[in-house]
Design a protein around this ligand. Structure first.
Ligand SMILES: [Zn+2]
Ligand SMILES: [Zn+2]
Length: 397
C-alpha cells in the first residue's frame, strides 16, 4: 500500500507566528507549577485554532486533542514542556524576560511554540488518527510529567509519546535520534546529620555534626572514584552543605544536598546503596543520628526501538539524511519525559539550535537559541504523528 505523504513544511507566515509566540512566552516566564499565564495563553491560541482541549493537568497543564473519530489504529501523544527557571536573564534582546529572576533558559518557550505550530500543520494537512498534544507543566522542578500521568494524561488510549528538546550543542537543522538511554537517571537527595550543640571549648560535651559532615562530603567522592566502573559515566555532585551558627558554638546539625546521575541501572543501584551505607556509617563513626532522603527521583530516558525507528524516519523526511545524527554518549542531564516511557512507548529527540551568532549554554542567563529551529521542531512533531498513524494503519491492514 503506497501512501502519498502530504508536505508538512513550515511556511514563513507560520514561522513568524511561532516566533511571536515564543517571544511573548519568553518575556513572561513562569516557574514550575506556576505557569498560569502560560496556560491561559496556550488556551487562547487553541481557541483561535478551534482545537478542543482540557486544562488543569497538574494545575496548569493543557492537553489538546486532534483528529478524534476517524481511525483508531493509533493514538499519538506529542509533548512540550512549559516552565522556566529561577535565572536572571542577561541577554539584551527586545524579547528579554520582564520577570525579575525568572527566565526561559532551557528553551521550553520554543517547545510550546513548536507544538502549537505542529497543531496548525496537522489541521492543515488532515489528521487521520487521534493526537494528544500535551503542554506539560514543571519539567524543571517537580516532575510534572509524573503528576499529569497520575492524573490520567495517558488514559484514553495514548500508545506512544514523542517529544523533542532544543539543544544548542548542535547546529540548526540537525536532529539527533538515538535508541536506548539518552538522558540519565537523576536521584536528588538530602542527608541530615543530627548531633548535639555545645561550647566550642568543650567538644567532649557535644557531638559535632559539622566535622562529621565534612568527613562525609570527602568520603562520598570515593563512591565514584573507587566503586564505579570507569567505563560507565556517573557523577555525584554535592551542591549544598549547611551547618553551624557561630564560630564558638559546636554545630548540632549538618545538611548536605546533592544529586546522583548515571545512565546504567546496575551502577545506579550500587551507588544508591553506597550513599545509604556511607551515611549510616558516618552516624556510627561520630555517634550521631544520620539519615538520607531521596526526592523527585527521575528514571532514565530510554527510547524504544520501534518509536525510535518512526522518529528517525520522520527526521529524515524533515531535514534529510546527513542532518540526522547521534547525540553521542547519553547525557547526564535528566528529563521527566522518562515518566511517559514508563507507561507507553516513546522517543525523545534533540533539535539543533546553534547558529554562528548564538551559542550559549542552557540554564544560564545568556542562553538563547536560533529561532529557525521552530520550523524544524514543528515540522518533525507533525511528521512523526502522521508517520506513526500511517504505520499503525498499515499494521492493521
Ligand atoms: Zn532545563
Ligand atoms: Zn529543558
Amino acid at each position: 500500500m503506497n501512501q502519498i505523504k502530504p508536505s508538512t513544511a513550515v511556511d514563513e507566515k507560520l514561522q513568524r507566528w511561532m516566533r511571536d509566540i515564543r517571544r511573548k512566552l519568553h518575556q513572561y516566564p513562569e516557574l514550575s507549577f506556576q505557569e498560569q499565564k502560560t496556560s491561559l495563553f496556550i488556551q487562547k491560541k487553541l481557541k483561535e485554532l478551534d482545537v478542543s482541549y482540557r486544562n488543569g493537568w497538574g494545575g496548569t497543564g493543557v492537553i489538546a486533542t486532534l483528529g478524534e473519530g476517524e481511525i483508531h489504529s493509533g493514538h499519538v501523544g506529542l509533548r512540550a514542556d512549559m516552565d522556566a527557571l529561577p535565572v536572571e536573564e542577561k541577554n539584551l534582546v527586545p524579547y528579554a524576560s520582564k520577570v525579575k529572576g525568572v527566565m526561559h533558559a532551557c528553551g521550553h518557550d520554543g517547545h510550546v511554540a513548536m507544538l502549537l505550530g505542529a497543531i496548525v500543520l496537522l489541521k492543515r494537512y488532515g489528521c487521520r488518527s487521534k493526537v494528544s498534544c500535551i503542554f506539560q507543566p514543571a519539567e524543571e522542578h517537580g516532575n510534572g510529567a509524573d503528576r499529569i500521568i497520575r492524573e490520567g494524561a495517558l488514559d484514553g488510549g495514548v500508545q506512544v509519546v514523542f517529544g523533542g528538546h532544543i539543544d544548542t550543542h548542535f547546529p540548526t537543522g540537525v536532529i539527533t535520534v538515538d535508541e536506548g538511554v539518552i538522558c540519565s537517571y537523576a536521584d536528588p537527595f538530602s542527608i541530615i546529620l543530627r548531633g548535639r550543640s555545645g561550647h566550642a571549648a568543650r567538644p567532649h560535651e557535644a557531638k559535632d555534626s559539622l566535622v562529621a559532615g565534612a568527613y562525609l562530603v570527602t568520603g562520598l567522592q570515593t563512591l565514584i572514584s573507587r566503586e564505579t566502573d570507569p567505563n560507565k559515566a556517573a557523577v555525584l555532585t554535592l551542591g549544598r552543605f549547611a551547618s553551624g551558627t557561630a564560630h564558638n558554638i559546636i554545630a548540632d546539625e549538618a545538611v548536605i544536598a546533592g544529586t546522583l546521575r548515571n545512565s546504567d541501572s546496575e551502577v545506579r543501584d550500587r551507588l544508591l546503596a553506597g550513599l545509604r551505607r556511607m551515611t549510616q556509617s558516618i552516624g556510627d563513626q561520630f555517634d550521631l543520628q544520620a539519615s538520607i532522603v531521596f526526592h523527585d527521583c527521575l528514571p532514565a530516558v530510554i527510547n524504544s526501538t520501534y518509536s525510535t525507528q518512526i522518529a528517525r524516519q520522520a527526521a529524515l523526511e524533515v531535514v534529510g539524511g546527513d542532518r540526522v545524527v547521534s547525540q553521542g554518549r547519553p547525557s547526564l542531564g535528566a528529563e521527566d519525559f522518562a515518566f511517559y516511557q514508563q507507561k507507553v512507548d516513546g522517543c525523545l529527540v534533540r533539535f539543533g539550535a546553534n547558529s554562528l551568532s548564538i551559542n550559549s549554554p542552557a540554564h544560564s542567563g545568556t542562553f538563547d537559541f536560533d529561532e529557525n529551529v521552530l520550523k524544524v521542531g514543528a515540522h518533525w512533531l507533525a511528521r512523526v504523528a502522521m508517520d506513526w498513524t500511517a504505520v499503525s494503519e498499515l499494521g492493521k491492514a
